[in-house]
Design a binder for this molecule. Structure first.
Ligand SMILES: C[S@@+](CC[C@H](N)C(=O)[O-])C[C@H]1O[C@@H](n2cnc3c(N)ncnc32)[C@H](O)[C@@H]1O
Length: 249
């Protein structure tokens, strides 16, 4: 299979106007929403649950915390947070793609998690006043945001002093042989599975978006520039994912 780094459009999606990229991403997630969870489980060999639980543990949240999960998609991290906090806490789950939110809402409802609130909005223009949240999380979403420094400024704005941001994102392992194995998997096996079970374009976009994701140090730099302190990051599973964290002073 030929993997086209230019994505499935004539002009590479990365080189397109912001509004076009934004619409492309939203429509792509709308298309794959019904099978998103299934593909997540297959493609990550079920590891995505463990990665989310690790992030929740790393946050050290008090039971009455108010947490915002950005780019929540089908809500697996929001649901994990809500379970962890229990009914004393509040979890706001935000995404700009309604079909993804619908899946999340239904799952939370089935699990009786009535302290989750689902909102359709853009992560770059949050519909909240300043200093509302004890923590803001974003799992596998930052990669898709067009202006990451602006995203961190928005996150900083809505966090309370002492609040924490946690970013979980897919990354390319830095060391061989993991990086070689990863390339084989991400560029050749993953798109085939995606095409067979869901949508070919979306699962070509996925490895390309990981390739275009900034280096770990650059993401940490964006966080510091937004004002975060105690910025640090930690690779999980040989660097297939990375968690960035920071605290608002
Ligand atoms: C790969 S999914 C991640 C979903 C979920 N957080 C998870 O852990 O599986 C990325 C999500 O980001 C959302 N997204 C992308 N850009 C966004 C934006 N500017 N504002 C809000 N949501 C956005 C997409 O709609 C999609 O649901």
């Amino acid at each position: 299979m030929k993997v086209d780094t230019n994505c499935p459009t004539e002009v590479p999606i990365w080189a397109r106007h912001d509004a076009v990229r934004r619409r492309y991403v939203r429509e792509m997630f709308a298309k794959i929403a019904p099978r998103y969870d299934l593909l997540n489980s297959i493609l990550s060999l079920q590891l995505h649950h463990r990665w989310r639980r690790t992030v929740v543990r790393m946050l050290h949240l008090a039971p009455d915390s108010r947490v915002l999960d950005l780019c929540t998609g089908t809500g697996d991290l929001a649901i994990e947070l809500a379970r962890h906090l229990g009914p004393a806490g509040e979890v706001f789950a935000l995404d700009f793609c309604e079909p993804m939110l619908q899946q999340g809402r239904a799952k939370a409802h089935r699990r009786g998690l009535n302290h989750t609130f689902w909102l359709q909005a853009d992560a770059l223009q949050l519909p909240f006043t300043d200093a509302q949240f004890d923590a803001v999380t974003i799992a596998f979403g930052l990669r898709n945001l067009i202006d990451k420094p602006a995203a961190f400024r928005e996150i900083y704005r809505v966090l309370r002093s002492g609040g924490t941001v946690a970013v979980l994102e897919l990354t390319r392992p830095r060391r061989a042989p993991f990086s070689w194995l990863y390339d084989l998997y991400a560029l050749h096996i993953l798109p085939r599975i995606g095409k067979r079970l869901s949508d070919a374009d979306a699962y070509l976009y996925l490895p390309m978006s990981i390739r275009h994701y900034e280096a770990r140090e650059v993401i940490a730099d964006y966080m510091q520039q937004a004002g975060f302190q105690e910025v640090h990051y930690r690779d999980l599973t040989f660097g297939v994912v990375c968690v960035h964290m920071g605290v608002k002073p």
